[in-house]
Write a protein that binds this ligand. Structure first.
Ligand code: GUN
Ligand code: ZN
Length: 436
């Protein structure tokens, strides 16, 4: 029988977007990767669901606290070597000058192995317990990414990218090969038999796929009940190009809708320029948005009005969108989301900036809801998996931490000034996957 670990000390999590719930002292009992009991006052006598005398008690030190693991629901693993490059170019130019030339190299599986190990280790070190990864068009190396996530114990949704038009001749597939390789990819990822790692059907964006391919992918996703991930309404240039390529459709959203690609397991990256009508369709399909604020700024795509999308009933999580985004750490995605919302409010005074409470929610429970996984992860509730971070504000750059700072101060300091050095241990499904 698996041993029971009881973590005793301060903890924070989100129950609603509006306010982070802080526990000055809590006891969380974990068995077989799941939270089996919680004493909100930290008193072990109040743990009634378990035999405390048989459990291992882990007392947190001063300056430490627990928080739920982060979800990065949109990033491109193969683009990691390009981080920091090409931000003087807008999206479509950046794709051709920087992104596709790098992605083409992933036909080389040794190169893929080397980069993907680095990406998975680095995201885990930064506290990303769940990652939604785009690979490249290469089936073999995209599967290697899924295998590496599985081996390192990360919760991951992984996609082989599809592209059959408007790219270099050397970085394109035929429709038939694209569909056949995607089917093979899905079956191989499912055969890993690791419930933490799932395949996603991943058309790059409408520009890269003709309607036959989009429709075929919609059918594959339905047949295998997989996640779907793609990009939507990211930049003005991209939207104009898309509308030129698909004149028979009402708009960008309509292309995906008619392809059967909008489901309650679809995550759309960006959505900077979604209309109210688009949001209504997404909401009725249960489709979510990955808010990628760092990338939206660095590639000069625009300012995404999260609150308007939220109000329309669309679930939102955060994406680093590496390497469109310039940082693998979801703390950077939180800060970019907050800054973007402040900038919107300068020109739209009725738009209220996001609060740090909301930023933290988006990175945890909001992301879990966007993936329809809120029954499994996102916060500390009995029955959920223990995907958690042990934060230590004594480590790294101390950012002015004093003994008088309470847990509500520490979480603010972590959100605004923390980095991976403050993340002492990372747990996925109760297992330590990074740190000691
Ligand atoms: N749209 C299509 N492909 C990409 C990509 O790789 N990154 C971003 N940010 N947008 C895209
Ligand atoms: Zn992206």
């Amino acid at each position: 029988m698996d041993e029971i670990n009881i973590f005793v000390g301060p903890a924070v999590h989100s129950e609603t977007p509006e306010k982070i719930t802080c526990f000055p002292k809590v006891a969380i009992a974990v068995k077989d990767g799941k939270i089996v009991d919680i004493a909100k006052d930290g008193d072990l006598k109040n743990l009634n669901q378990i035999n405390v005398s048989k459990a291992k008690v882990i007392n947190l030190d001063k300056g430490q606290f627990l928080c739920p693991g982060f979800l990065d629901i949109h990033l491109h693993a193969p683009q990691y070597p390009n981080i920091g490059l090409g931000y003087d170019k807008p999206l479509l130019e950046w794709l051709r000058l920087y992104t596709w030339p790098l992605e083409m190299r992933y036909g080389d599986v040794d190169f893929a192995k080397q980069v993907y190990e680095n990406v998975v280790k680095s995201t885990l070190r930064c506290g990303t317990t769940t990652a939604c990864y785009y690979g490249t068009i290469h089936e073999e190396s995209s599967f290697i990414l899924a295998e590496i996530a599985s081996r390192f114990g990360q919760r991951a949704i992984v996609g082989k990218v599809n592209m059959n038009q408007n790219s270099f001749p050397e970085y394109i597939e035929t429709t038939e090969a694209s569909l056949a390789d995607t089917k093979q990819f899905i079956e191989k990822v499912k055969a890993l038999n690791n419930p933490l790692v799932e395949p996603a059907v991943t058309p790059r964006f409408a520009v890269s796929c003709n309607f036959d391919l989009l429709k075929g992918l919609g059918e594959l996703a339905k047949k295998y009940n997989t996640y779907i991930q793609t990009h939507i309404c990211e930049s003005k240039g991209e939207i104009t190009y898309t509308e030129e390529l698909f004149p028979e459709f009402k708009n960008y959203t309509d292309i995906y809708h008619k392809s059967g690609l909008l489901t309650n397991k679809t995550i759309l990256g960006h959505g900077v320029y979604l209309s109210e009508e688009d949001c209504k369709i997404l909401s009725s399909c249960g489709t979510s948005i990955a808010h990628c604020a760092s990338s939206n700024s660095l590639l000069q795509s625009g300012l995404c009005p999260v609150r308007n999308i939220w109000k329309a009933g669309v679930e939102i999580g955060l994406g680093t969108d590496v390497s469109g985004g310039g940082n693998l750490n979801i703390l950077d995605a939180i800060r970019s989301a907050l800054t973007t919302s402040i900038h919107i409010s300068f020109t739209e005074p009725e738009y209220k900036p996001l609060t740090y409470h909301e930023g933290f929610y988006l990175a945890t429970l909001g992301g879990a809801k966007a993936l329809s996984k809120e029954d499994q992860i996102g916060n500390f509730e009995i029955g959920k998996c223990f995907d958690a971070l042990l934060i230590d504000m004594n480590l790294g750059s101390p950012a002015g931490v004093f003994p008088s700072h309470d847990i509500s101060d520490l979480i603010q300091k972590f959100i605004y000034c923390g980095d991976d050095r403050n993340i002492k241990k990372v747990f996925v499904n109760g297992k330590v996957v990074s740190g000691k």
